[in-house]
Write a protein that binds this ligand. Structure first.
Ligand SMILES: [Zn+2]
Length: 130
């Protein structure tokens, strides 16, 4: 079935997009709400718009995504530290025969956390935003 918007003639669809710009679906999720985003090219600039109406330029998209990635990595680091604590608790009263593999797991987690912390600290994108 085709679209019927031109055949009914009762009302015009409330068109929020200027007719001079074409919106293209992107693979970007809105950094504010996670919604699907379209991009419009307007002259030399791009505007990303999600389906609830958040509007971001390219620089804002980069800045917001950078913040989002950093927050999620800090969240992963925090959860990893908590997991390490749980593994330490599991080590107490653990079967001595299997203690070696648990200790390896704890040490591997510690190494991962150090690497993750280093990644977070060098991953900031600075576009000299104002
Ligand atoms: Zn949004």
């Amino acid at each position: 079935m085709g679209e019927r918007r031109e055949t009914e003639g009762q009302h015009e669809v409330a068109e929020t997009k200027p007719s001079s710009t074409m919106a293209t679906l992107t693979r970007q999720a809105c950094p504010e709400c996670g919604g699907v985003m379209e991009v419009k090219q307007q002259g030399g600039t791009k505007e990303y718009v999600c389906h609830v109406g958040h509007r971001l330029g390219l620089q804002s998209m980069i800045a917001d995504k950078t913040d989002l990635v950093e927050r999620r990595m800090w969240g992963a680091l925090s959860q990893s530290e908590e997991l390490g604590d749980l593994l330490e608790q599991a080590r107490e009263g653990h079967d001595p025969a299997a203690l070696g593999s648990l200790q390896e797991e704890i040490e591997a987690r510690r190494d991962d956390m150090e690497r993750l912390r280093a990644v977070i600290e060098r991953s900031r994108v600075d576009l000299s935003r104002k």
